[in-house]
Design a protein. Structure first.
Length: 367
């Protein structure tokens, strides 16, 4: 059998060690094998770009990048001697995978491939990222794959953090986390303020953090944790707050340059068995349904999913949350209890070993 070389470039490869620790196997290696549909005699892992410059084109290779905006990306790699190494590898009959699991910026990367790679090379290269609509870019003539990376990221992160923090919070109706307040997220937060909802939920924004959460340096540190998981570079485990709220407002990225995709935020809610309402791109709930999940139309009017205008969607969602908050406690609990089957269904789908970090070689709704 052939050999495989894996190259992890940038900073985010460090995130995978939590995934590998929980799964008991190397997830990057698994993805490469599934893309290439091969098993290997020997798999060698390399961290950093230096070894790639010295690579001899005798093996299949997979290269993990952070994203197209990172200091080292496909554009910068193609502007170096590595371009020739990639071409020689392909022309000698070996396979190449560009793996960008944490970002959905398909068009930018594939344009770089089209710009620098010859047709007889490009059509033999594999490219995988977390954009569920990646197959819409088939005209770039590459082997495309969708990786549901944030499902495995969320599950493994929360497994490590479960029960690490134990204290009681005063009950409120919802939780909403928005650590990096981009313009779209601010629209949602402003709508909450306009409806007087800041006092009815646990909310993080540029001015507020939740108890014992530190996101200085861009990582979320639970201060009560002292072992190797103290700085899991994913997100906080919200388990302590799930006991104090009824539901989560999931605030996704809605910026125009960001494609629709399911991030760790929605999977965090599912793992913690939280009913949710989502401020995200148009069609977000339909994406979840295509992935096999269910949503909460018995609690909320989910026609907001068809709204493309961010201001309209934020106002709609804020009014839905306000309507829920104004129900009696008994009615709120009745609605949450009625959603228990959906909550358990989503948790079961998410934590199924066959679904965690699943790789798709064709559109998800074509199954």
């Amino acid at each position: 059998m052939p050999n495989l070389d894996l190259f992890s470039i940038g900073e985010q490869w460090d995130w995978d060690r939590y995934i590998n620790l929980q799964l008991g196997r190397n997830h990057f290696e698994q993805v490469a094998k599934e893309c290439f549909e091969k098993e290997y005699d020997k798999v060698t892992h390399h961290n950093g770009i230096e070894n790639l410059y010295r690579h001899l084109p005798h093996n299949d290779i997979a290269i993990r990048f952070d994203n197209c905006f990172a200091p080292v990306n496909l554009e910068t790699v193609f502007n170096s001697d590595i371009l020739q190494i990639i071409e020689r590898t392909v022309l000698q009959g070996h396979q190449v995978l560009f793996y960008v699991p944490t970002e959905p910026f398909t068009k930018q990367d594939l344009r770089a491939c089209s710009k620098y790679l010859r047709n007889n090379v490009r059509n033999k290269i594999h490219y995988a990222n977390c954009n569920p609509n990646i197959f819409d870019y088939s005209d770039f003539d590459m082997n495309l794959h969708y990786i549901d990376y944030f499902s495995v990221w969320a599950v493994t992160g929360n497994v490590h953090w479960t029960s690490q923090v134990n204290y009681k919070n005063n009950p409120k109706d919802f939780i909403a986390l928005a650590f990096t307040v981009r313009p779209g997220k601010k629209i949602m937060l402003d709508a909450l303020k306009e409806n007087g909802l800041y006092t009815k939920g646990y909310i993080t924004d540029s001015d507020n953090i939740i108890d014992n959460l530190d996101d200085s340096k861009g990582r979320y540190n639970i201060r009560s944790m002292t072992d190797e998981y103290q700085k899991h570079p994913n997100f906080m485990n919200i388990t302590p707050w799930t006991k104090a709220v009824h539901l989560e407002l999931v605030i996704e990225d809605t910026e125009s340059n960001v494609p629709l995709f399911a991030s760790e935020k929605i999977y965090r809610a599912m793992y913690n068995k939280m009913p949710f309402i989502v401020y995200g791109k148009k069609g977000y709930l339909q994406l979840l349904k295509d992935l096999g999940y269910k949503t909460f139309d018995a609690i909320f009017d989910e026609s907001y999913d068809e709204l493309g205008n961010r201001e309209d969607k934020a106002k709609f969602i804020a009014k839905e949350i306000d309507r829920f908050c104004n129900l009696t406690e008994a009615k709120k609990q009745d609605l949450i209890d009625s959603a228990s089957d959906i909550i358990e269904h989503n948790y079961k789908i998410l934590t199924n070993p066959n679904n965690i970090g699943k790789l798709f070689n064709k559109p998800i709704n074509s199954r």
